[in-house]
Ligand binder design. Structure first.
Ligand SMILES: [Fe+2]
Length: 482
């Protein structure tokens, strides 16, 4: 029997703008601003169906909060990818796990560095004063936060270069910048860490780290003084990327003998201070990291290997096959000083968690207690719950409802909050029994429902978004950073 979570992988074609969604409960009136999300929304392109959840055409979703009201709008990103697909009914650029159906010559042209994808379906953030949707190439797309109109590409400058980047930059409130990195493939490949100033978007290279076989990394970690690359041993030979003729991720191979390698770089000097190796795992998401005396504590959602990528092919998800690839919240403690002790690891809880979020404004890069995420309440089911976890005690709390599949919980701090986690969680939930989606507002510390706003359609499952508070009528980008 097909499980109802498969409904979250159906296409959504319609673009709407609704001034006021029906609400059950009461939206806090202090919640003023917009939750902006991006998500794959179209997988069947006419003459081609993409292979993987990560490959669907990007759509923006906007939930705007004012005076207890929730407005909603959705709009495809008018990327080059989107326009080309509209014309041809198929992909024109290589995606994560799908390629255009092309001749050999066409394949070479569609390689991501010759014609990279701008299908920004992974996350929303800000570089300088530009609000951007991101994917894992160096082609973010700028858009208008009110109309969702596509404004063009955000260009990484020539100093940054690279072909592959990430959709999870880190904002440093003290230094007033975003940190991110690119992978530059070449005769000598390298990871290039860089920063983008909030004020004017100026880019500065922080460090260049040579690498023979770059790893697939979806995120990285940040503490007050350091940036940390966790190189999972899912690695690629640059030549293979060019000549294999396979979709992007299928060129990477799992080599657990390499182990998991942490590279710790000082933000201000660009100096690499530690390289530490431990047992291999794979992960998409870091949770948080911080310094503690002469150690660095780093939490991530670990998998024993990259089989999770295979579980996310549409051929499996759309038939509702049992989903049994769940991540576990693990803590690594990495010595920073001159010590012979190695990296220590322990599992914080057996509760499954993915799409983790923290009270970012208060705890990013610092000691913290609380992580929220999507959970897996019923074995074999897809992500079917929201979880609250105390990372010190492992204590958990869960929100779940039969037939409901929540997306990433985005935390919004209450005004004047005194404690970590004082505020609300916003999550887009598929109600598979009622064939619709709703925006759930939870009390973030009690995991209790405050309100829900009913959407006019099923919103396909997505990945990430952020809440942007209203400033000067919603036009100002002054408070864009998390
Ligand atoms: Fe992600």
């Amino acid at each position: 029997m097909t499980r109802i979570f498969a409904k979250g992988f159906a296409d959504l074609e319609h673009e709407v703008a609704v001034e006021s969604l029906p609400i059950a409960g009461a939206i806090p009136t202090w919640l003023e601003g917009a939750l902006l999300r991006t998500a794959p929304a179209k997988f069947d392109l006419g003459r081609q169906t993409v292979n993987h959840w990560f490959d669907g055409l990007a759509m923006l979703h906007r939930f705007a909060f004012a005076d207890g009201n929730v407005a909603y709008a959705n709009r495809f990103i008018r990327s080059a990818n989107y326009r080309e697909q509209q014309r041809s009914g198929r992909l024109s650029r290589g995606e994560f796990a799908s390629d255009p159906c092309h001749t050999l010559f066409g394949r070479v042209l569609s390689r991501f560095w010759a014609k990279p994808t701008d299908n920004c379906n992974v996350s929303i953030n800000a570089f300088g004063q530009s609000l951007v949707a991101l994917t894992e190439t160096t082609l973010p797309v700028r858009f208008d936060p009110e109309t969702l109109e596509t404004l063009g590409h955000y260009d990484y400058g020539p100093r940054v270069g690279g072909q592959i980047s990430i959709a999870h930059p880190h904002h440093d409130a003290a230094r007033r910048c975003q940190f991110s990195y690119v992978v530059e493939f070449g005769r000598r490949s390298r990871y290039r860490l860089f920063r983008v100033a909030d004020e004017d978007g100026t880019e500065t290279v922080v460090a260049d780290l040579p690498v023979d076989q770059p790893a697939y990394m979806h995120s990285f970690a940040m503490t007050e003084r350091y940036l940390v690359l966790a190189e999972f041993p899912l690695v690629v030979s640059p030549l293979r990327l060019i000549f294999s003729g396979k979709p992007f991720i299928r060129n990477y191979r799992w080599d657990p003998q390499r182990g998991l390698r942490f590279q710790i770089v000082e933000k201000d000097s660009g100096r690499r201070i530690v390289t530490a190796v431990t047992e291999a795992v794979f992960a998409f998401h870091h949770v948080n990291a911080y310094e503690r005396e002469d150690e660095l504590v780093l939490d991530l959602v670990a998998y024993p290997d990259p089989a999770i990528i295979d579980h996310l092919y549409l051929s499996r998800l759309r038939t509702g096959e049992p989903f049994d690839a769940v991540g576990s919240l693990c803590r690594y403690v990495i010595p920073l000083g001159p010590t012979k002790s190695g990296v220590r690891k322990h599992q914080i809880t057996t509760t499954a968690v993915e799409l983790p979020r923290i009270d970012y404004g208060r705890t990013a890069g610092r000691a913290y207690r609380v992580v929220w995420g999507t959970g897996n309440h019923e074995p074999g089911n897809f992500l079917d719950s929201l979880v609250w976890i105390d990372v010190e005690t492992g204590q958990c709390a869960v929100w779940a409802e039969p037939g409901c599949y929540p997306g990433e919980p985005v935390f919004v701090a209450a005004p004047g909050a005194n404690d970590e986690g004082e505020g609300v969680l916003l999550s887009v939930v598929l109600d598979g029994q009622r064939d619709t989606s709703f925006l759930l507002v939870l009390d973030a510390s009690r995991m209790a429902e405050i309100a829900r706003a009913e959407c006019p359609h099923v919103i396909p499952f997505g990945f990430h978004g952020n809440f942007f508070p209203t400033e000067n009528g919603g036009r100002s980008l002054r408070n864009l950073h998390r």
